[in-house]
Write a protein of this length. Structure first.
Length: 627
């Protein structure tokens, strides 16, 4: 851990946020595509960002404001960790120059009130509609005015950027008359007084070229409330901005959100670093402001020194990422634990294993679970001697034998009803989870108590990474890069899942209508919609032999059933979450595709694949389009 301690003195801190490379490419190419291609590209950006556990950046921002998503994620993390939920719920955030209201929409839910201000009438209409659409109409106020250091009017010069637009304060005599408009101006101090806002804990100054005048008219508000501030700073203006902040008498520290590692000098080096990481990393870097900034700074964080912000606590990237050997043991003992907490114990977890003709897995499974005090094996009507092998190799395990095959989800629900520990770890028979792996998963669950589910990174028998997590399929299609630290996701494979059982006290975690496949994705989507978090802990790598838990005496029949159940569950999932019309449309197309694949399999014979293809044809033909 000495290396971790040494890094605490560095000026740049890795937040753990990774911008997917497809989005990074869009940002990289934006200067070339801003005029003509931006609308098309933005319309296709239905993807989320990987952020810290418990923190979401919605598809709204990822689609319409991808240039602000990283800053919003950083701001929310600071607000929640340092200002506290109680103050946020009783205070207001102020979004100045709200444009289309990204900050208002994304940060608004954690604040008691939202004040969005824009100088352009059409933009305030859009912001008001977006706030209402996202359920914030009851606690939001939208004002059409320019924030300045004086009352009266200011002159705005309208610019176009692709399908969006922007307004800058005009300088005297520099602009054409037809491109500029006069708008009412007010100081932020006067506006806060007019609206009778009692507490302001966050202010976003999205006022390029006018930030100094805007800050000058907000000194009283800043002096009284000492809020967290985000401000866009034009080229050369940083020293003046910091001088305005000193006039408030409140000590502030200035930090910048940096896309890419600041240690990577040069554009090609940063591009290569992003390619290697599978996504562009996001850092925060201290700004001293001793000399004018040589370029425009789109996001400067002004943090009150009184908060005593410990960036390493808010963004514990180095402390939690990719640990091995002695560092793992040190992390288990120290990361996230205070002196009153107890070291993670296997006694807090019950391993739950669903078997169905899984006799060939039992011996290896028993070795991996040998140290576990609580193991429950629930069997779906096996006829290959599974029960005898469990009694022989796992004599302390609790056995629940079912008459017939009830399906994966139904069997898990029945087993969970008997669990008395606070956590349950669902383990497929073809997955090998060590005691050390389980303790790290439990430690991650304790570090992020809002997490309902924690999953590891799955690897195959050759230690190649499996794509076992991503975002909810009906909403976004991105699966994202490999995670380097604990990340919040919208969908995770159920082969290995640590469940915090008080998140769903009824123990009905899975929808029993899904016999096999999609039950884990359905669970994750329901948790996602309920604001319950699913976290990936990538430092734990568990071997998963894909499709290795069931063999049986008739392998072709097994492949046929796999294909049939997968097809049925796919249509059922669509019917449940997108409606009957979408499911019927998907089923019509899937029937045609499955028949085409079956014909290809006949031409290129492979008994196993042919059986599975025939199963998919039958499944799509039998699948109902109603839930």
């Amino acid at each position: 851990m000495a290396a971790v301690s040494a890094q605490r003195g560095d000026a740049a801190i890795d937040t753990g946020l990774r911008v997917p490379f497809k989005v990074y490419w869009f940002k990289l190419m934006h200067p070339l595509l801003a005029r003509r291609g931006r609308f098309l590209l933005q319309g296709r950006q239905h993807r989320r960002y990987f952020v810290m556990p418990g923190d979401y950046v919605s598809g709204y921002t990822a689609k319409f404001g991808s240039f602000e998503a990283e800053e919003i994620a950083v701001a929310r993390q600071i607000c929640l960790h340092r200002l506290g939920a109680e103050r946020l719920a009783c205070s207001a955030m102020v979004d100045l120059g709200c444009h289309i209201g990204n900050y208002s929409v994304e940060l608004g839910p954690i604040f008691g009130a939202v004040v969005a201000v824009d100088a352009v009438q059409s933009y305030t209409h859009v912001a008001r509609a977006n706030l209402a659409w996202n359920g914030l109409e009851g606690k939001s106020t939208v004002v059409c005015a320019a924030i300045s250091d004086r009352g009266g009017e200011v002159r705005l010069h309208m610019e176009r950027h692709g399908n969006l637009g922007h307004a800058r304060v005009s300088h005297d005599g520099g602009e054409e008359q037809g491109a500029a408009i006069n708008v009412p101006a007010v100081t932020l101090d006067a506006l806060i007084q007019q609206l009778d806002v009692r507490d302001v804990s966050f202010i976003k100054f999205d006022i390029e070229g006018h930030e100094i005048a805007a800050l000058q008219g907000a000194l009283q508000t800043i002096r009284q409330h000492a809020p967290l501030i985000q401000v866009e700073v034009d080229k050369g203006n940083l020293p003046t901005v910091l001088e305005r902040m000193r006039q408030t008498g409140v000590a502030y520290e200035a930090w910048q959100v940096v896309r890419g590692n600041p240690a990577s000098r040069g554009r090609l080096l940063r591009l290569w670093a992003a390619l290697r990481a599978g996504g562009n990393p996001v850092f925060v870097q201290r700004l001293l402001g001793n000399e004018p900034n040589s370029r425009h700074l789109p996001c400067v964080l002004l943090v009150p020194a009184a908060l005593g912000l410990d960036w390493w606590t808010v963004f514990p990237m180095q402390a939690m990422a990719c640990r091995t050997g002695a560092e793992v043991e040190f992390a288990i003992e120290n990361v996230g634990l205070n002196h009153n907490e107890v070291e993670p114990s296997l006694g807090d977890i019950t391993a739950v294993v669903v078997t169905c003709n899984s006799a060939h897995c039992i011996e290896h499974l028993a070795k991996s679970l040998a140290m576990w005090p609580y193991v429950t094996v629930i069997d779906n009507g096996s006829h290959d001697g599974t029960r005898d092998l469990v009694r022989q190799h796992m004599p302390r395990a609790r056995w629940i034998g079912l008459e017939g095959n009830h399906g994966f989800g139904a069997a898990n629900n029945q087993a969970l009803a008997h669990v008395r520990t606070p956590y349950a770890l669902l383990v497929n028979p073809d997955c090998l989870v060590s005691a050390k792996d389980a303790r790290i998963l439990l430690q991650t669950a304790r570090c992020w108590p809002e997490a309902a589910v924690v999953v590891p990174q799955l690897v195959d028998s050759r230690r190649r990474l499996q794509l076992n997590y991503g975002w909810p399929r009906p909403l976004w299609i991105s699966r994202g890069p490999e995670a380097e630290g604990p990340v919040c996701v919208g969908n995770a494979c159920g082969a290995v899942m640590l469940l915090r059982l008080d998140a769903i006290p009824t123990r009905e975690w899975f929808d029993t209508r899904f016999f096999l496949y999609y039950e884990d994705e359905d669970l994750c989507l329901r948790l996602f919609n309920a604001k319950l978090t699913v976290v990936v802990e990538p430092s734990v790598k568990v071997t998963h032999v894909n499709r290795g838990s069931v063999r049986g005496s008739r392998p072709l029949q097994v492949e046929f059933l796999r294909g049939m159940h997968h097809a049925k569950s796919k249509i059922l999932f669509t019917a449940k979450h997108q409606g009957e019309v979408a499911a019927a449309r998907q089923r019509r197309l899937a029937r045609i595709q499955s028949v085409a694949v079956l014909l290809l399999r006949v031409l290129v014979p492979s008994p196993r694949h042919l059986a599975r293809a025939w199963g998919r044809v039958v499944g799509f033909w039998q699948a109902p389009s109603t839930y």
